[in-house]
Ligand binder design. Structure first.
Ligand code: GLN
Length: 258
């Protein structure tokens, strides 16, 4: 038998074998298989938002990642993270590509048109980052300035209300901060916790004392999935009650004392 023939025979037998394997799983006792195979809770996020979600080697870690994994565990489900652009998260949840959107996502009236939100799990702020020595001392001084934001975030939405400001949108919050370091823009409006991380890792930047807004983070769920909404709220309540959520937060947010 020549080599070509041998290979094609092997390929055919591999296909036949795998078809049989699939067939038996499909046609066999499907209910049993469903019981054995755990359902997977798929989380959509944008892993550019430390300490809530960020890359650590090949993993995506952070408060949201661990909290959602703990929610999945409470629900007896497997867990998987899909990393995407922030602006793609709500469409992914809405279309069913992902079950939940967890991305330090602020509850807003606009977003509530497209998704449901769980009970909130964190209070957050939008802050202003400037260069040390900047004349900008508070949010009111942003009038007429070049303000960097992360595209599609609440920072982006609020910055567009600043009088005469020129809003520069970046895909990642980190890129906005980089542009500020390079003096391409005058300030960045972004969530408080990632701001602390970005400023700590950069040279010559500071966060203004006066925050821009107060907001709340929650988990986004498809509007037609009321059942999952209730399950998620139940799991969140259990994690709050047991102290597990606080434990996760404390792991990633060190107290401000330096
Ligand atoms: N909290 C902001 C928002 O919901 C930013 C979230 C993010 O960049 N991951 O728009």
């Amino acid at each position: 038998m020549n080599m070509k023939k041998l290979i094609s025979m092997l390929l055919i037998s591999a296909c036949v074998f795998s078809m049989a394997a699939c067939g038996s799983k499909d046609q066999g006792d499907k209910e049993d298989a469903d019981k054995e195979e755990k359902q997977t809770l798929i989380m959509a996020t944008n892993a550019e938002f430390p300490p809530y979600e960020f890359h650590e080697g090949d993993d995506i870690v952070g408060i949201d990642a661990e909290m959602a994994a703990a929610v999945a565990e409470e629900l007896g489900m497997d867990f998987q993270i899909e990393d995407m652009a922030f602006a793609s998260i709500i469409p992914a949840v809405d279309s069913g590509k992902a079950d939940i959107g967890v991305a330090g996502m602020t509850v807003t009236e606009d977003r509530l048109q497209n998704v449901n939100f769980s009970d909130t799990y964190a209070t957050a702020t939008q802050v202003v980052i400037v260069k040390e020595g900047s004349a900008i001392a508070g949010p009111d001084d942003l009038t007429g300035k070049k303000v960097g934001v992360q595209l599609g975030t609440t920072g982006d939405i609020y910055a567009s209300d600043i009088k005469d400001a020129q809003v520069e949108q970046y895909n990642k919050g980190f890129e906005a901060v980089q542009a500020l370091t390079q003096e391409k823009i005058d300030a960045v409006v972004i969530d408080g916790e990632p701001a602390k991380e970005f400023v700590r890792d950069a040279e010559g930047l500071k966060i203004l004392d006066e925050a821009f807004t107060e907001e709340e983070y929650a988990i986004a769920i498809a509007k037609d999935n009321e059942e999952l909404l209730e399950k998620i709220n139940g799991a969140l309540a259990a994690l709050k009650e047991s102290g597990k959520l606080d434990e996760i937060v404390a792991k990633y947010i060190k107290s401000d004392a330096e």
